[in-house]
Design a protein around this ligand. Structure first.
Ligand code: FAD
Length: 277
């Protein structure tokens, strides 16, 4: 497992208490020795300082860390300033995204798509950053068609992305089909599978509606049947997601990126299950 491209995602805490809890979770997750931790970025720059502070803190603890950076609603000048900040802190890896603005937020900004952000980052900073981008095995919800979405993924690679992380999904075949299609287009960057542990039925359904992740009918029905029995939801979720990870790795996925939701327990349980296998 040590050779796997294995990473863990956090969001920047909003309160001092949240920051303390994240430090505790991070100390536990660091024991798993991920390749790096990543920290999300609120579209429109809403978490800009929190993202940077969290990344700098992680780097200070001796672990590699990658800020996410989204361009929606931003100007070229504001992105330039952020890139300079990242460089001044010795940050060498980032996750470049378009982002989603909350409705009523205002204009889309000067860079409309992630591919334009990547072009801008490369023009401004050359090869300084290792750039990760998002990939959608189940198709981005706003894409005109699956083919169009794939072409748009190819644009991000042509613009200079080094590797990709997928949106989470529970259907391994969607990932394998996506990988076949990217190979046919001559894309050969690593596409790490994004993994969302299942711990809470309501939250999972809400997120999945927003980001277009399909919950297989049998998984949904089974989760719903547990009602408030959180222990059963977690145990079943651990089985489903660890089997998904095993299938992905056996089928050639180069690594896993865990959406930790700033919690250590579910990601650690998954990792222990996978490494015990
Ligand atoms: P893009 O690659 O720009 O694609 C967006 C849509 O536009 C797609 O439908 C695509 O097909 C289409 N498109 C792209 N280029 C063109 C073009 N030239 N012409 C026409 N259509 C085009 N959001 C945040 O706000 N903060 C985060 O920190 C964050 N982290 C994430 C991390 C990961 C690993 C993933 C998978 C998602 C993350 N998101 C984050 C969510 C992401 O911002 C949304 O999914 C967003 O809707 C799309 O971002 P993108 O970078 O994939 O956009």
């Amino acid at each position: 497992m040590a050779t796997l491209d294995f990473s863990i995602e956090f969001y920047p805490p909003k309160t001092p208490d949240g920051a303390d809890k994240l430090r505790v979770a991070r100390a536990k997750l660091a024991l798993l020795q991920p390749k790096y931790f990543s920290v999300t970025f609120g579209a429109g720059g809403s978490t800009q300082q929190g993202t940077l502070d969290t990344v700098v803190e992680i780097l200070g603890e001796g672990h590699d860390a990658a800020p996410h950076l989204s361009c929606v609603g931003a100007s070229r000048e504001s992105i330039r300033t952020i890139l300079k900040q990242f460089q001044s802190h010795g940050i060498r890896r980032l996750v470049a995204l378009r982002g989603d603005l909350p409705s009523g937020y205002g204009g889309a900004g000067e860079l409309r798509y992630a591919s334009e952000l990547i072009e801008f980052i490369r023009a401004e900073t050359g090869d300084w950053f290792h750039i990760e981008v998002a990939a959608y095995p189940e198709v981005h919800p706003q894409a005109r068609s699956p083919q169009d979405d794939l072409q748009n993924f190819a644009r991000k690679v042509q613009a200079g992305a080094n590797s990709a992380i997928t949106q989470y999904f529970y259907n391994a075949d969607a990932y394998f089909a996506f990988m076949d299609q990217t190979r046919k287009l001559g894309i050969d960057i690593p596409v790490v599978a994004g993994i969302m542990p299942i711990t809470n039925y309501t939250q999972l359904m809400r997120f999945s509606d927003m980001c277009g992740a399909e919950i297989p009918r049998w998984v949904r029905l089974k989760l719903a049947s547990f009602g408030d029995d959180s222990a059963s939801i977690k145990a079943f979720g651990l089985d489903v997601v660890s089997q998904l990870c095993e299938r992905l790795l056996a089928g050639g996925a180069p690594g896993l990126h865990f959406y930790s939701m700033n919690q250590a327990v579910a990601t650690t349980a998954l990792w222990e299950r996978l490494t015990a296998a």
